[in-house]
Design a binder for this molecule. Structure first.
Ligand code: G1P
Length: 292
C-alpha cells in the first residue's frame, strides 16, 4: 500500500478569472470535455492509491459535495434504461472517502491547508491544486510518492517557466542532486522576474509532512497579505530537507482562460466519444483560418 493515502484539494477560491460563469457555481465544477475540473485531480490521486480526500471549500461550493456523492435516483434510472457504461462512469469513484471543510476566510493556500490539520493528523499527505491539470498519461504524483518513500521529506513538483510567467508562481533555488531532482536552498512566492532565484516554478502538486502544520500555526501573512505555503516550506528548510522534481510533461493551467481552452481541446482530442468528430472539425477550422 502507498505511504500516502490522503489528499487535500484546496477549492475555496472565488474563481474571479471565470466570471460570470463562477458567479453562482464553483470554478472547480467547470467541465473539461465531460468531467468537472476537480475530478481530473481526484482521478490522478486515486490512480496512486490515495483514497481519502479532504476538500477545503467556501460558500457557493455545495455542488462539489453533490458531485462526489451517490445519486441513487440517477443510478436507478440508468439501470432501468440499461445504460451500463454511464452507470459505471458515475460510480467509478464511489469507493473514495470525501470530507469537506470550510476555509472560512480567503487567507491563502497556507491557511487553507492548516484548516485540514484535524483530518490529516500525523501522516504525510498530498496537496493537489485542481487548476493545474496534469496530462492523465503522466505519472507525476506516483513519481513524487516514490521519492517521498525514498527521502521521507516533502516533495514539490516544479516546472521550468519562461521569465515573463515567473511572477505567477512560487520559485525555488536549489542544488540539483540528480537529473531533475533539486534539494531546495530557498523559495520565494511570486517574485519579480529580476529577483527570481531560478526559472523553476512550483506547480500544483505537493507531498507534504505533518510538521508543516506547526510552522503554519506560527506564520505571519506574506505576499498579498495571505498565508503562503511557499513561506512555510522556506521555514521547513531550516529543520529538514525539501526536494523538488522537475516535471517535463504536459500541464494545463486551467485556472486561466487560455489554459482552460488548451486543456479542453487536447483532452477532447483523446476523448473516446468525440475525438474523431472533433479532430475533423479542428482540421476544418484550421483550413478556414489559413484561408483568412
Ligand atoms: C499557488 C502557490 C504558488 C504556486 C502555484 C502553482 O499560487 O501559492 O506558489 O506556484 O499555486 O499553481 P496560486 O496559483 O494559487 O496563486
Amino acid at each position: 500500500m502507498s505511504s500516502v493515502t490522503k489528499a487535500l484539494l484546496p477549492a475555496a477560491g472565488l474563481g474571479t478569472r471565470f466570471l460570470p460563469a463562477t458567479k453562482a457555481s464553483p470554478k472547480e465544477m467547470l467541465p473539461i470535455v465531460d468531467k468537472p475540473m476537480i475530478q481530473y485531480a481526484v482521478e490522478e490521486a486515486e490512480s496512486c492509491g490515495i483514497n481519502e480526500f479532504i476538500v477545503i471549500t467556501g460558500r457557493h461550493k455545495r455542488t462539489l459535495e453533490d458531485h462526489f456523492d451517490t445519486v441513487y435516483e440517477l443510478e436507478e434510472d440508468l439501470k432501468q434504461k440499461g445504460k451500463e457504461k454511464l452507470l459505471e462512469e458515475i460510480n467509478r469513484l464511489s469507493h473514495l472517502n470525501f470530507a469537506y471543510i470550510r476555509q472560512g476566510r480567503p487567507l491563502g493556500l497556507g491557511h487553507a491547508i492548516l484548516r485540514a490539520r484535524p483530518f490529516v493528523k500525523d501522516e504525510p499527505f498530498a496537496v493537489l491544486l485542481s487548476d493545474d491539470i496534469i496530462d492523465p498519461d503522466e505519472n507525476l504524483l506516483e513519481r513524487m510518492i516514490g521519492l517521498y518513500e525514498e527521502f521521507r521529506s516533502p516533495i514539490v513538483a516544479l516546472e521550468e517557466v519562461p521569465a515573463e510567467e515567473i511572477h505567477r508562481y512560487g520559485v525555488i533555488a536549489g542544488a540539483e542532486e540528480r537529473p531533475d531532482l533539486y534539494r531546495f536552498t530557498d523559495l520565494v512566492e511570486k517574485p519579480d522576474p529580476e529577483e527570481a532565484p531560478s526559472n523553476l516554478a512550483i506547480i500544483g502538486r505537493y507531498i507534504l509532512t505533518p510538521e508543516l502544520f506547526d510552522i503554519l500555526e506560527e506564520m505571519e501573512p506574506g505576499k498579498g497579505g495571505e498565508y503562503q505555503l511557499t513561506d512555510a516550506l522556506r521555514e521547513l528548510l531550516k529543520v529538514r530537507p525539501v526536494y523538488g522534481v522537475v516535471f517535463r510533461g504536459k500541464r494545463y493551467d486551467a485556472g486561466d482562460k487560455f489554459g482552460f481552452l488548451k486543456a479542453t481541446v487536447d483532452l477532447a482530442l483523446r476523448s473516446s466519444t468525440v475525438s474523431e468528430k472533433f479532430r475533423e472539425y479542428l482540421v476544418n477550422v484550421a483550413a478556414r483560418l489559413n484561408r483568412n
